[in-house]
Design a binder for this molecule. Structure first.
Ligand SMILES: NC(=O)C1=CN([C@@H]2O[C@H](COP(=O)(O)OP(=O)(O)OC[C@H]3O[C@@H](n4cnc5c(N)ncnc54)[C@H](OP(=O)(O)O)[C@@H]3O)[C@@H](O)[C@H]2O)C=CC1
Ligand SMILES: CC(=O)N[C@@H](CCC(=O)OP(=O)(O)O)C(=O)O
Length: 346
């Protein structure tokens, strides 16, 4: 069967990546692409690397334009999708790459985002441990899916095995090296090459970053009671990629062997989340363009902390790949359709 697909926000980074991956999807046919200020322009003017879509012209992002498709991917700024999703039919599969349908806690939404609150949807990180199973179970048959924040998925996937196994304290410290494409095609001065190159620049420091409540929500799903999360992202000069270093204290008596077992068993059956052999550490260069998250894990004996290091591509496993993987699950298609574990190197 062929599903007709609309991609809203197709002139942006996340929408562009959805399109790049969907070009290899045998069951999805993209018939409509939309934008805002760039509506009316040919898609390839904005996305010159997407040659297979040469015939498509960006339309306005309205419910009327998006209606009539089997699947709609929304890659709009947060706050812009809620009004549109309210107008689409219940049986249409909608995957929102923005934050509007991620949080269940209205208070957290008001604190970290503000504006109108929208109901939470099934969360698009299939491999996350949740209540003895995986979030994948909640995506099967879903028609409304919230794709994750890229930093939130990196931190959550890195540390959730320790929470699910009950072997770490709920006192998480995460420091991330992140590429500027996570911020979208943003014209802010801090994303200029002259500001980024040759520097590492922290932002969202001190518990203020919007992904803190999203990570907490994920870890509660994995079995935490009231996790404390210290989260510090650092912009570094690489176009895309996240390297998350996440640590937490071990509960008394927990051994290195138990840690390795917890991480390996959590992801043993997963194709897109892989735990590296002891002593091996992931690099962002190994996951660029791939839907893979790679994890290295060890115990720092002197500090009595587990140290998990995870690399993913913010635009693939952190957004567009997660969105497509989740859509595949929702429709009962092979989960990895149009997705690869192979990166682009060097
Ligand atoms: N970049 C990343 O790594 C990740 C992004 N996301 C999320 O994906 C979404 C898109 O992000 P990203 O692609 O990075 O952002 P971009 O800024 O690159 O793209 C934004 C897109 O939305 C369109 N747009 C802007 N304003 C409006 C509006 N008011 N109504 C409708 N469309 C509008 C733009 O159109 P035009 O070009 O015409 O202005 C463009 O197509 C965001 O919610 C983001 O948080 C999630 C995880 C990771
Ligand atoms: C470099 C940079 O600014 N990155 C973004 C990542 C955004 C993301 O993951 O998406 P959502 O906004 O949809 O949550 C940030 O840290 O906010």
């Amino acid at each position: 069967m062929t599903y007709t697909v609309a991609v809203a926000g197709a002139s942006g980074y996340a929408g562009g990546e959805v399109l790049r991956l969907l070009a290899d999807h045998p069951e999805f046919e993209v018939t409509t692409v939309t934008a805002s200020s760039n509506a009316g322009r040919p898609l390839v003017e904005l996305q010159p690397h997407l040659r297979s879509y040469a015939e498509l012209v960006l339309q306005e992002t309205t419910p009327e334009v998006l209606r009539g498709h089997d699947v709609v991917f929304l890659a709009l700024p947060h706050g812009a999708s809620g009004a549109i999703t309210d107008e689409l039919d219940d049986d249409v599969l909608v995957i929102d790459c923005g934050a509007d349908h991620r949080l269940a806690d209205e208070g957290a939404w008001a604190t970290f985002y503000g504006g109108e609150f929208h109901e939470p949807w099934a969360y698009g990180v299939p491999e996350l441990p949740a209540a003895g199973g995986k979030l994948r179970d909640r995506l099967a048959g879903a028609r409304k899916i919230a794709a994750p924040g890229c930093n939130a998925s990196a931190v959550s996937l890195a540390i959730a095995p320790g929470i699910a196994a009950g072997i770490i304290e709920e006192d998480i410290v995460a420091v991330l090296a992140v590429g500027p494409s996570g911020a979208g095609k943003n014209l802010k001065v801090q994303y200029l090459a002259s500001e980024l190159l040759g520097s590492a620049s922290p932002y969202g420091v001190g518990g203020t970053h919007r992904h803190v409540p999203e990570i907490a929500q994920n870890l509660v799903l994995a079995g935490a009671a009231a996790p404390r999360i210290s989260f510090t992202p650092v912009l570094v000069p690489m176009a895309r990629g996240i390297l998350a270093t996440v640590t937490a204290p071990l509960k008394p008596g927990v051994t290195g062997g138990q840690v390795r077992d917890a991480w390996e068993s959590a992801y043993a059956a997963e194709r897109f989340v892989q735990v590296l052999p002891a002593g091996a550490w992931p690099r962002t260069a190994d996951v660029l363009g791939a839907n893979t998250a790679l994890i290295g894990v060890t115990v720092d004996e002197a500090a009595n902390r587990v140290v998990a290091v995870l690399a993913l591509d913010n635009l693939v496993k952190g957004t567009a790949g997660a969105a497509i993987q989740s859509a595949n699950i929702a429709l009962g298609l092979p989960e990895g359709t149009a997705l690869t574990t192979n990166g682009v190197a060097p």
